[in-house]
Design a protein. Sequence first.
Length: 415
Amino acid sequence: MVKVDGHYILELFHGPTFAFKDVALQMLGNFFEYFLSTGSNGGRLAVLGATSGDTGSAAIYGLRGKKGVDCIILFPTGRVSEIQERQMTTVPDDNIHCVSVDGTFDDCQDIVKASFADKEFRDHVKLGAVNSINWCRVLAQTTYYFWSYLRVTDLEKDVKKVNFSVPTGNFGDILAGYYSKRMGLPVGDLIVATNENDILHRFFSNGEYHRENIQKTISPSIDICVSSNFERYLFHLSGDDSSTLASWMSAFESTGKLTITGDLLSKAQADFKSAKCDTTQTLETIKNYHTKDDYMLCPHSATGVSALHQLNTADSATVALATAHFAKFGDACSKAVTPLPEIPKELSQLWSMETRKSQCPNDAKVVQKFMERKIEERMEKHKQRDEKKKMITNLLLVSAAVGVVAMIVSASKRR
């Protein structure tokens, strides 16, 4: 955590893929492997995930080579940065399958949801989740808030509550802050920072959770118009009433609109503040922080920093979550800063590595058939490999036995 321009920035991009999602997904991958080794879920799991950029590579690095796990990641064609795509498609482990889908992130996410709703398919492949719909992801992200609160209050003894500004797409990261506050952490304001895809900002501003077409921006990881984890918050907003939530979501799915007013809106606004940061503001923020403070922000982190300035909470008791290394979005950052600072060698070497990916249409059934085929192919490959190992082991045992017999015969002849 560093202090810049009077507030703190929590750098969550020091994992293997230089994104905040490494924190949760490294833990999740180890959890999966451990429980599968005990025989849970029949000893195997097919993880299906959708990504708008960072989740995919973090999931892949968390699950690569894990025993019993197949990992299938869907990403929207042309809607992730080139370096994000290379982080996913350069991983050679045979349990990793990257699929470029014709459509948007929401289309990829809809395929994931449809697959989980298909009981026959779900049971057949032993389906598991890696997106933040997996509760373990949200649980792990609560550590951001507790850790940074303790660091801020260690440094500044008079601080009683800490505000957090969070770049928000799928609502998982800031939901972890909401649960941290409910658990008793002295959290002040929780700021939802969006880009032009501002459905969450519109909801907290005027109660309108109205679906619109996704705009392609320079902060693609938050180019989301239906946030999966937001449904969890709506459950609490409804008074933990599942019937009310079901009616809300049913209406939203049929009309694309959910509207709240009155006391409900006031309650939501007490839980969260919000701000929208468009492309111009994002680039200005990146440029200003580099010029004045010699500090580089990625486009997503810049939305969070812009939001805290818009809401006048840019003080020492505010932490902005920096969600990715700027080098993952070099093309965007170069529009604000030229030349860019040197990038980590782990990222620069991606351009010389071989890539592999598959292409699928925006069709859940096609993706499901692809998954079944890849899982069967890998299981057959591993079966053949195990049989070969068994054969070699048997041959070695026979050879050793023959050698022992020959030694015994030779010794008996000498007598």
